[in-house]
Write a protein that binds this ligand. Structure first.
Ligand SMILES: Cc1cc2nc3c(=O)[nH]c(=O)nc-3n(C[C@H](O)[C@H](O)[C@H](O)COP(=O)(O)O)c2cc1C
Length: 307
């Protein structure tokens, strides 16, 4: 897949944006295992204008990432236009607009998935972003909010100049429950002329094949990679040695370069639990990870368990 000057691979697999998950370390790990592109956690266009410091830590990158995508959200054209022109996002290769987030605090502001019920505003926002940057712009959305209007919505994105779309084939109401609708993905792919990336429930090679049968131009992988950034190597059937412990160690090493140890101790707990998800651990040891007070102690615990 080629998008303007950006050469994604022939069968690109991207790391999906996940707030609270796809931090700078995790994006670097996913890239090292073969993710063709990574997307930041969603960035508020408004926050970027008023409190750029707060956004800065979400926009950290490493040399490891191949194609770097910053995802922005908002409901105001001027803020969205300013966000993609902001020096904070200069190092990113392209931008994605979040039009699928179902979180009530986002929806109540008319942002994220609320825009699927407001095509006139959604089109103004895409146009404002397109007019503010020469870099490619994509849009990520769902099946629909009050109606399943994903084809109409996809066409609107295309007409506004979106360079590709990513389709998470669940309704807003579904949240993350039920199964992603691969027939809907095939149907959207057949109707648009811009590339369509499929998203939802790709967790292993078999589910990747099912997704590919929809004819999509690429695939975005989210939850399946939590605690398993090496999934990208497995999906691509890259013949590389996977050292799970070294991977966790590298995650911590990158985060320690940027974050204070006290903040990190709290933040890393969920990642530790995801990393430990597939390994037999006593309740006592799992609790230690969940309440991490000493990162090195938890690392030692994982070293014994992962090897
Ligand atoms: C914890 C979490 C955070 C998420 N944050 C974002 C986000 O910031 N922006 C976005 O567009 N989607 C977000 N998503 C949705 C994912 O990008 C993806 O569309 C969804 O999880 C379905 O893909 P999957 O089945 O591969 O996980 C989030 C999902 C999860 C589980």
């Amino acid at each position: 897949m080629k998008v303007k000057n950006l050469d994604f691979s022939d069968d690109p697999i991207l790391l999906a944006p996940m707030a609270g998950v796809t931090d700078v370390g995790f994006r670097a790990l996913a890239s090292s295992f073969g993710a063709d592109a990574t997307v930041t956690e969603m960035l508020s266009a408004r926050a970027m204008a008023h409190n750029p410091k707060k956004t800065e830590f979400l926009t950290l990158t490493t040399g490891e990432e191949k194609i770097k995508i910053a995802q922005v959200f908002g409901h105001e054209e001027d803020y969205m236009a300013k966000a993609v022109a902001s020096p904070l996002l200069e190092k990113f290769d392209m931008f994605d607009i979040n039009m699928g987030c179902p979180a009530p605090k986002i929806v109540k502001n008319g942002e994220g998935s609320a825009l699927m019920d407001n095509l006139p505003l959604a089109s103004k926002l895409i146009t404002a972003v397109k007019n503010s940057t020469t870099k490619p712009v994509s849009v990520k959305f769902r099946k629909g909010k009050s109606t399943e209007n994903y084809v109409e919505f996809g066409r609107m994105c295309q007409d506004c100049g979106a360079d590709f779309v990513t389709f998470h084939a669940r309704t807003v109401e579904q949240g993350y429950s039920g199964k992603a609708d691969y027939e809907a993905i095939a149907s959207l792919k057949a109707k648009l002329s811009i590339p369509v990336l499929g998203n939802g429930d790709v967790v292993d090679f078999a589910s990747l094949q099912k997704m590919k049968e929809t004819g999509v131009d690429g695939v975005m992988v989210g939850r399946g990679s939590m605690g398993r950034p090496w999934l990208f190597a497995q999906l691509k059937q890259n013949d590389i040695q996977i050292d799970k412990y070294k991977t966790v160690e590298k995650h911590i090493e990158i985060l320690r370069q940027h974050f204070d140890e006290n903040w990190l101790k709290l933040y890393i707990r969920k990642h530790f639990l995801w990393y430990a998800c597939d390994i037999p651990l006593s309740t006592e040891l799992r609790l230690k990870l969940a309440t991490c007070n000493d990162i090195d102690e938890c690392l030692a615990l994982l070293k014994n368990a992962l090897n």
